[in-house]
Design a protein around this ligand. Structure first.
Ligand code: FAD
Length: 300
């Protein structure tokens, strides 16, 4: 992977980076409005794709489906649906995959998911369900001409004994037909580079896209990181310290932290960034602008 002397040189050599945005399906009318505000304002930034998460335990199955379908039919965005193995038989998941194919959704983010008792509780596959993510990936590829993304964990998945095991799992997902991997969020670029180097050394050739978190509620970020074991550097604690009652300043810090991380990643040859937007357009837009990604007019 090419490395550059500076982020500026990298961004000049490669042009503005490619981006993608993750949304979650809304639970209320107010949240629905916030999601559509985000979708509408982010569409001109020309993301390679946008994805919609699937609630823990399959709890948002209908809402995920409805949201992805609406994005696919009302925008020009390439919409991807997240799908987990949790709480469903193979036949039920096959039916969901077929419904996506029928409405023209050709990209699925395939995941194991977490125990219905919550992330961290022991995971057991559903009786009659897909046993593992590679099995789900293979099923999706068998059922249609799908692009299949999968998750990966530069700081090691909490259920995994070590990073080597995680790399083996990622290799199995790639061998089953995954077309790209998107990472769990992280804040140290070297964590990503080390993981990418190990993946390449293990013969993994699919692109590994860094997932960058745009969570400006620092308490929320600490909760998330506790669940998924993504570490938060001391520098971040310091940056947010004292901003508990200043949401505006926290937003500015968040966009700058994400852009600084992305620039370091760009210097190491990364040309695509996936943003966990939490359905907030402003933060994603500020971060894109700091990276030189501009909006273009959408042709009628
Ligand atoms: P895998 O990579 O398949 O496995 C993770 C680890 O668990 C591996 O170390 C593996 O060895 C171990 N493992 C696998 N199968 C078993 C088993 N049967 N028993 C014990 N251990 C096992 N979650 C959601 O609910 N909805 C979402 O929309 C969602 N989107 C995500 C998007 C991204 C980009 C990422 C990175 C994660 C997302 N998650 C989502 C979280 C994800 O479901 C959890 O991290 C889950 O614990 C692992 O899913 P995976 O497919 O990455 O697992």
């Amino acid at each position: 992977m090419k490395r550059y002397a500076s982020a500026t040189e990298a961004l000049k050599a490669n042009g503005s980076p490619s981006v993608s945005f993750e949304f979650f399906p809304p639970k209320s009318d107010a949240m629905e409005e916030r999601l559509w505000d985000a979708v509408t304002r982010l569409e001109p930034y020309g993301p390679a794709f946008v994805s919609v998460t699937y609630g823990a335990g399959g709890s948002t199955r209908e809402r995920t489906h409805r949201t992805v379908r609406r994005i696919a039919s009302e925008t020009r965005l390439n919409a991807a649906a997240h799908l987990t193995c949790v709480g469903a038989t193979k036949a039920e998941l096959d039916a969901v995959i077929d419904e996506y194919a029928a409405v023209g959704v050709k990209h699925i983010v395939a995941l194991r998911g977490d125990s219905p008792d919550g992330a961290g509780a022991p995971y057991a596959s559903h009786p009659g369900g897909y046993e593992s993510t590679p099995e789900l990936v293979a099923a999706i590829r068998r059922r249609g001409d799908f692009d299949v993304s999968v998750g990966c964990y530069p700081e090691c998945h909490p259920d995994s004994p070590d990073l080597g095991h995680d790399i083996d799992v990622l290799k199995a997902k790639a061998d089953a037909g995954a077309t790209r991997a998107i990472t769990q969020f992280f804040f140290d670029p070297d964590v990503f580079f080390r993981f990418r180097d190990r993946a390449v050394a293990a013969g993994i050739t699919i692109p590994i896209i860094p997932g960058l978190m745009l969570q400006s509620n620092f308490e929320g970020l600490k909760r998330m990181s506790g669940l998924c074991k993504a570490s938060i550097p001391a520098e971040l604690h310091d940056l947010y310290d004292g901003l508990e009652n200043d949401a505006e300043a926290r937003d500015l810090v968040t966009a700058n932290v994400a852009a600084k991380l992305a620039r370091k990643l760009a210097q190491g040859g990364v040309e695509h960034f996936h943003f966990y937007t939490l359905n907030r357009a402003g933060l994603a837009i500020s971060t894109c602008r700091l990276l030189g990604v501009k909006a273009a007019a959408i042709a009628a």
